[in-house]
Design a protein around this ligand. Structure first.
Ligand code: ADP
Length: 655
């Protein structure tokens, strides 16, 4: 590696500065101290002080007399012809000293005054330049060698990942398979005149396996894998990012055929500012360089660029136009089958009991991403080790889903009896309202053991048959009613309310708002889009696209909608007060009850009072609530009590 020479001028400035500093120190700071210490006096003063017996110590050299008074002050005077001096001094009681001031030899003072500081500054300079070079990747100094070739190598290991390791994502794999074939035999494509897309954009929520897919393409095609994250390009100094892009593509060009993977491309590929102040010059330069590089290399050179993002809408249109990232491969959250496959793939890495029902685990983990599922498997393994088991069991897996959804159990949180009772009623409220309506997923589990996320309890509902892509208006209303069930139970039983419903309120409001503003489910507004979704894959923030007046009317409608469902929930609970009491008491004592126990109590009570609980269709009215609860809803609903963040709503939203 060549040593990097910083530009001459900087070095010269540095040394001029150092020399000036040393001179200033030597000439002005230290000498002044010395002068202040030795006072020059005339010979007469010396004689007078001797007579007054003020001289404590004296030293006579060949060309001067140095003396100290009783206070320790040092004086200096010249030598004069004075015969009785020694005698007089002796009589005055002055002590003869050989050296009053320890004077260093001129050589030593030169060395300490000039050479030593220079040496210190030299060492400092070397350290500084070395650090800068290290930081810039060994060869490209940030400040000095801008734009020079960077010795950083971008080839990364694919870690042996193949398509078989990426579960679920069948469509994405199919799409990318073509790339693998092309990389195997580019000639075939050249012959017919087909050109491969230069860039492919993998879009989808975080943790769905985009990076894995990119690695798998390189792994399958057995070509080098160049990888860099968008944020790594963004540097402090303008031009550095662009030079990294140049470098990356130069290296890739040399190694073609190969895969270049740019993760989080939105970090550099964001829409460029349109004349606003405060634009990010560095990022724009980097993006421009990327565009130039993509245009620069010929079709069929064998360099395929894969990029991943979870904000496709924020990308600059120049990036997504044909000839650049013109192919878009969605990598969505896995469906039931996908979740099961992902669980199986990861379960191979740990020891699991033979009787584990992955389908059930996958159903419980509705809306989880691949990364979360991998995490669930790992949590289960950790739990097994903690409890001294040799392999993970079904219970470990189910518990780890709860850990991922709601956090760990808070073992030392002590609720007062009253609080425990309120939480019991709250959770049973959710479960009972869900069970008493059609189109609700069956209750899987109800617990009032506090979790580290802040939830004091929660009700888990799990779909029977997995995937749903559409939700009817009734289903959505029923879900809002279920969310209101907790608060309604508190009101019905205690006549007062608590803070425990905050998360429910938030979710119910969001759902009601979406019904009106996005799904056209209100009479008043009909099929008018009143909101747009901004980060489709990142929480789905929305912004209103209507007048303030309409916004006020929307608010009114949302309030009406939620209020109606709240009233419905209250009514259901009032009608089934005996069930509510019995279930809440059971939960209060057991702390965790399963869906089966829950349904059993409902059935027993129902039989006892010979009550038909179905209201909606008389044909179904004869059925027990157990069946009533089994009608599917496209979400796993885990209603929580407590302030903590609620579980994410599952991915399958109405379309
Ligand atoms: P992304 O790039 O989409 O954010 P990653 O590819 O980095 O996600 O995935 C993170 C981790 O999640 C992977 O290392 C893997 O363990 C797991 N994972 C995600 N999706 C899948 C999948 N489809 N199949 C198997 N594992 C997956």
């Amino acid at each position: 590696m060549n040593e990097i020479k910083p530009p001459r001028r900087s070095v010269i400035y540095y040394w001029i500065g150092v020399i000036i500093l040393i001179l200033v120190i030597n000439l002005f700071i230290f000498p002044r101290v010395e002068r202040a210490e030795i006072k020059d006096v005339d010979y007469g003063t010396f004689i007078t002080m001797t007579q007054d017996k003020e001289v404590a110590e004296v030293e006579i050299t060949t060309n001067m007399i140095l003396f100290k008074d009783k206070d320790g002050k040092i004086y200096r005077t010249g030598i004069m012809e004075d015969d009785g001096l020694v005698q007089r001094l002796y009589e005055s009681g002055a002590v003869f000293e050989s050296q009053i001031i320890e004077e260093a030899s001129p050589l030593i003072s030169f060395l300490t005054g000039y050479i030593l500081p220079l040496g210190i500054f030299f060492v400092f300079y070397r350290l500084l330049t070395k650090r800068m070079m290290d930081r810039a990747g060994g060869a490209n100094s940030m400040m000095f060698g801008m734009g020079k070739s960077n010795a950083k190598v971008y080839v990364k290991s694919t870690e042996g990942i193949r398509f078989s390791d990426v579960a679920g994502e069948e469509e994405a794999k199919e799409n990318l398979q073509e790339i693998v074939e092309y990389l195997h035999d580019p000639g075939k494509y050249k012959e017919i005149g087909a050109s491969m897309p230069k860039g492919i954009l993998l879009v989808g929520p975080p943790g769905t396996g985009k990076t894995m897919l990119a690695k798998a393409v390189a792994g399958e095609a057995n070509v080098p894998f160049f990888s860099m994250s968008g944020s790594e390009f963004v540097e402090m100094f303008v031009g550095m990012g662009a030079s990294k892009v140049r470098d990356l593509f130069r290296q890739a060009g040399e190694k073609a055929p190969c895969i270049v993977f740019i993760d989080e491309i939105d970090a550099i590929g964001k829409k460029r500012d349109t004349g606003n102040f405060g634009g990010n010059d560095e990022r724009e330069q980097t993006l421009n360089q990327l565009l130039t590089e993509m245009d620069g290399f010929e079709d069929n050179t064998g360099v395929i660029i894969l990029a991943a993002t979870n904000r496709p809408e924020s990308l600059d249109p120049a990036l997504t136009r044909p000839g650049r990232f013109d192919r878009r491969v969605p990598v969505e959250l896995p469906d039931l089958k996908g979740r099961e496959d992902i669980l199986r793939v990861h379960a191979k890495k740990i020891k699991v009991a033979a009787d584990v029902d992955f389908n059930k685990v996958a159903r419980m983990a509705a809306g989880a991403s691949g990364a979360e599922l991998a995490n669930i498997i790992n949590e289960a393994a950790l739990r097994a080790v903690r409890d001294g088991r040799r392999f993970a069991t079904q219970a470990d897996l189910e518990e780890s889903i709860e850990v991922v959804i709601a956090g760990y159990q808070k073992k030392n949180a002590i609720l007062s009896d009253k609080e425990k009772l309120i939480v019991s009623y709250h959770e049973i409220g959710h479960a009972l309202v869900a069970a008493m309506q059609t189109h609700s997923a069956p209750v899987q589990k109800i617990t009032i053991i506090p979790r580290t996320s802040g939830a004091l309890g929660y009700t888990m509902q799990v779909e029977e048959d997995g995937n749903h892509y559409l939700m009817s208006k009734t289903e959505m209303e029923n879900q809002i009613a279920t969310l209101c069930g907790g608060r309604a139970a508190e009101e019905v039983e205690f006549g007062s309310v608590t803070t425990g419903a905050s998360n429910d309120i938030e979710r119910a409001t969001r759902m009601a708002r979406a019904m009106i503003t996005r799904y056209g489910m209100s009479e008043e507004f009909g099929m008018v889009a009143l909101e747009t979704v901004n980060g489709q894959y990142l929480g789905g923030d929305t912004s209103l696209t209507c007048s303030a007046e309409t916004a006020a009317r929307i608010d009114q409608k949302v309030i009406e909608l939620v209020r109606a469902q709240h009233e419905k929930a209250r009514q259901i609970l009032r009608d089934n007060k005996d069930l509510l009491d019995a279930l809440a008491e059971f939960l209060y004592h057991k702390e965790t009850i399963t869906g089966d126990e829950f349904m059993l109590i409902i059935r027993e009570k129902s039989r006892a009072r010979q009550l038909t609980v179905k209201e909606e269709t008389p044909a179904e009215a004869a059925e027990t609530p157990a069946e009533a609860g089994e009608a599917p809803v496209p979400e796993e609903t885990a209603s929580e009590t407590g302030e903590g963040p609620g579980p994410e709503e599952a991915g399958s939203q109405p379309v």
